[in-house]
Design a protein around this ligand. Structure first.
Ligand code: 6PG
Length: 254
């Protein structure tokens, strides 16, 4: 099991991706209500890729749509591809189509990563500054999200933290521009591990048999250096929402 955290990770397995999406959407709404009740606002970072789309669509439909405190919700992105916001591979575009364009969230509370930026380093620094401003971080302080959603790739990457990437050793910068030669879109922007591991809650959404082999390594090998295995909130809750196909090799108690 994953170590280095103040509590063990929760692993919840669902029969299929639809059941996973329903539960994920419910969990997001519960997290939002609790955050607003405790702190007056809900700070969430969305995951990219394809797996979260159904969860976002569920959240944009009644009854959850009417339960969410949209006026108190701030949306960030845990990573983005180096593309324009209308590009088919844009994480922003996916989230906007599935959720953001369908709910009454103030535009100023949606913080998009400028994937199209000519100068990726500047765009990454800008996004880091936006985080510090909105979270009112003290100098060198890190934002503490109420919830960070993540996926996992078949190589064990998460966000745009890829295996062997030097950015895995980052300790200061909250957001980094990375060049992932193995990725379809190599230019990427990503939260770094210090931000992810400072969150109050991190929730992985992982579905599909093609992820089973790597998930076994991530969840069963304490010394795994796979990026997804390095997600260990120091003072937060870590939840893996899996479908049965992805969880097939994890060896969970029946
Ligand atoms: C991205 C994602 C990435 C994603 C995994 C899983 O921008 O690609 O943030 O980390 O979560 O690649 O992607 P799928 O959900 O499409 O399998």
């Amino acid at each position: 099991m994953i170590t280095g955290m103040d509590r063990p990770a929760e692993i919840i397995v669902f029969d299929d991706p639809a059941a996973l999406a329903e539960a994920a959407a419910q969990a997001i709404a519960e997290c939002a209500e609790a955050a607003v009740a405790a702190r007056g606002r809900f700070m969430v970072a969305l995951a990219g890729g394809s797996t979260p789309r159904t969860t976002y669509e569920r959240l944009a439909q009644p009854p959850l749509r009417d339960r969410m405190p949209w006026d108190r919700t701030w949306i960030f992105f845990g990573d983005e591809r180096g593309v324009t916001p209308d590009h088919p591979d844009s994480n922003y575009r996916m989230a906007n189509e599935a959720l953001l364009s369908k709910v009454p969230i103030p535009a100023k509370q949606i913080a998009r990563i400028r994937g199209e930026a000519e100068d990726p380093e500047t765009a990454a620094t800008e996004y880091g500054q936006r985080l510090s401003e909105v979270f009112e971080c003290k100098r060198g302080g890190l934002p503490r999200f109420d919830l960070i959603l993540l996926g996992m790739g078949v190589d064990g990457h998460t966000g745009s933290l890829f295996p062997g990437s030097p950015v895995l050793k980052e300790v200061f910068r909250p957001v980094a521009a990375v060049h992932a030669s193995a990725a379809s879109i190599p230019q990427r922007f990503t939260f770094t591990l210090p931000v992810i591991n400072t969150a109050a809650r991190v929730m992985f959404l992982v579905a599909g048999s093609e992820k089973a082999k790597l998930l076994k390594a991530v969840l069963n090998e304490p010394t795994s250096a796979l990026p997804a295995a390095l997600v260990r909130p120091t003072n937060g809750r870590l939840t893996w929402l899996l479908d049965r196909a992805a969880a097939a090799l994890v060896g969970l108690p029946k």
